[in-house]
Design a protein around this ligand. Structure first.
Ligand SMILES: N[C@@H](CCC(=O)N[C@@H](CS)C(=O)NCC(=O)O)C(=O)O
Length: 219
């Protein structure tokens, strides 16, 4: 059976889980915290989660895993059939990571670990996320999903990237990023209302204790 390595607080892990649960693919979850076991790098060369283990071997990097999942389990598609539309979905997935997830993470030392993030970094992150919001607005109002009537991988990826972004920007700038893009709050609410999102959000809350314990053990 397909194995998925990671931990419930990881939003990258949750993107992969969300896609698998949506498609009804059976998988075994293997609780893995990065940096705990050097042997894990044989599966995921950078030591990051998630990683999947298939009958062919292991695969890391979330966007690559998501594309593999779509190809290997085409039922309940999360990518459009049309190649151009697929590319547009991939474009949005990339933007979600580059302009919401990764800048949001740069604020985590302050938000999660009580350290101070410099004013320069805060200004840079604010500018990147502002531009990301403008870009999302240019792409158009969700109706109700990002690409219309059907949920795609772009919705899945942006949802978890937005969790990072909302947490970080709310804490550091008291900034409500959802208010920046027409229709984004309704979309966020719609995504949050899905049973799979509820299941993963609950697991995330429940997994917080084990995650913090692992962080402390590593420190
Ligand atoms: N580029 C990776 C990023 C995954 C990632 O950053 N995962 C975090 C957990 S949410 C991790 O493993 N961090 C440990 C590390 O960076 O060493 C992907 O797309 O899968």
């Amino acid at each position: 059976m397909l194995k998925v390595y990671g931990f419930a607080v990881s939003n990258y892990f949750n993107m992969v889980k969300h896609a698998l649960l949506y498609k009804g693919v059976e998988f075994e979850e293997v609780l893995t915290f990065p940096g705990m076991d050097p042997a894990y790098n044989d599966k995921s060369p950078m030591g990051k989660v998630p990683c999947i283990e298939t009958e062919h071997g292991c695969l890391a990097e979330t966007s690559v895993i998501l594309n593999y999942i779509e190809a290997a389990y085409p039922a309940r598609p999360l990518l459009p059939a049309d190649q151009w539309q697929r590319a547009k979905v991939s474009e949005l997935m990339k933007m979600a990571e580059l302009y919401f997830e990764l800048p949001g993470r740069r604020l985590f030392p302050e938000v999660l670990a009580g350290q101070t993030v410099s004013a320069d970094i805060k200004a840079e992150v604010h500018e990147t996320i502002s531009k990301g919001c403008q870009a999302l607005a240019i792409l158009g109002k969700p109706a109700p999903y990002l690409f219309g009537e059907t949920m795609t991988m772009a919705d899945v990826v942006l949802r978890y990237c937005m969790l990072t972004c909302k947490l970080a920007t709310g804490a550091v700038y008291q900034w409500d990023v959802l208010a920046e893009v027409p229709g984004l709050r309704a979309w966020d609410d719609l995504m949050a209302s899905a049973d799979i999102s509820k299941q993963l959000d609950k697991a995330m809350q429940e997994g917080m204790g084990a995650f913090l314990e692992a962080v402390r053990a590593k420190a």
